[in-house]
Write a new protein. Structure first.
Lengths: 109, 109
DNA sequence: TCCCATGATTGCAATATTACGATAGAAGTT
DNA sequence: AACTTCTATCGTAATATTGCAATCATGGGA
C-alpha cells in the first residue's frame, strides 16, 4: 500500500522519523555538510560540488527546507541557503534524548 | 529513476544516510523505543503493542537488523530482539559528530 | 526592452517502500 | 505423529522516492 500509517504512532515518533528520513539520503547529508563547511551561505554551487542535476538538488533542498533544517534567502538572482539554528538544536536535542534512552547495561542476547 | 546515485558520495555520507534512513519510519522508531523500554528482550509482543500486521513488523525488524542496530536470538519458538551495544554507540558517535560540526555562530541569512 | 543567469516547478520513467494476506518453516506440546 | 505457536518469506497492490530534461519565473545586466 506504500502508505505509512502515521495515525497509530505518537507525535514524537512521527517527528523523529521525519527528521531522520529527511537526512536519510546521501545527497542531503552532502548538502548539509557542504553548507556547514562553506561557513558563509553558498547557493547553487551545490550543483557544481555534488554531481547531480540542478533539478535534483533543488528537490533535495526543498525537502530539507520542509523539515525546517535549512532556510533559504533570496539574494538577487541567486538563493542563499543556511542552517536554521533553532531547528538544528532542536534536532540535536531530540537525537540526544533518543540515543540517551538506551543504557547498554541490559544487553540480554 | 528511483535509484540513488550512491557512487558519487563518500562512504561516510552513505553510511550516515543509511543509518538515518533505517530510523526514518515511525514504526521503526516505535520498535526501538519498545525494545529499550522493555528492559529485557521482547519478541513478537511488538505485534500486539504496535498496530501493525505481523508480516509488517517482521519486515521492519529485518531492516533494523540489516543496519545492525538490533540483533535477534532464537529462543525456542520465538525470537528475542535487542539493541546491539557496539552498533548503538557507533551510531551515537557518528550522529554526535555530524551535529557537532555546526557551531551556530555563523548564521548569515 | 531584450537577453542572461539562477532557481523552482512540472512531467515523466524507473525504482523503492509500505503494508498485508497467505503460506512456509521451525520448535514446542499433547 | 498431529497440532499449535511463533516468525520469516513470498506475492501483490498502492504509494513514495529519486533523478532528469524541459520549462517557467524572476531579477539582474546590455
Amino acid at each position: 500500500m506504500g502508505l505509512t500509517k502515521s495515525e497509530i504512532f505518537s507525535k514524537e515518533q512521527n517527528k523523529l522519523a521525519s527528521m531522520m528520513k529527511a537526512l536519510g539520503h546521501p545527497a542531503r547529508i552532502a548538502i548539509i555538510q557542504t553548507i556547514i563547511k562553506a561557513q558563509a551561505c553558498i547557493c547553487g554551487d551545490l550543483v557544481d560540488e555534488l554531481g547531480l542535476a540542478q533539478a535534483t538538488i533543488s528537490q533535495h533542498l526543498k525537502e530539507l527546507k520542509s523539515v525546517g533544517i535549512i532556510q533559504g534567502t533570496i539574494e538577487g538572482t541567486s538563493v542563499c541557503y543556511c542552517i536554521d539554528d533553532k531547528v538544528w538544536s532542536q534536532y540535536q536535542t531530540m537525537f540526544d534524548s533518543f540515543f540517551g534512552k538506551y543504557n547498554s547495561k541490559a544487553s540480554c542476547c
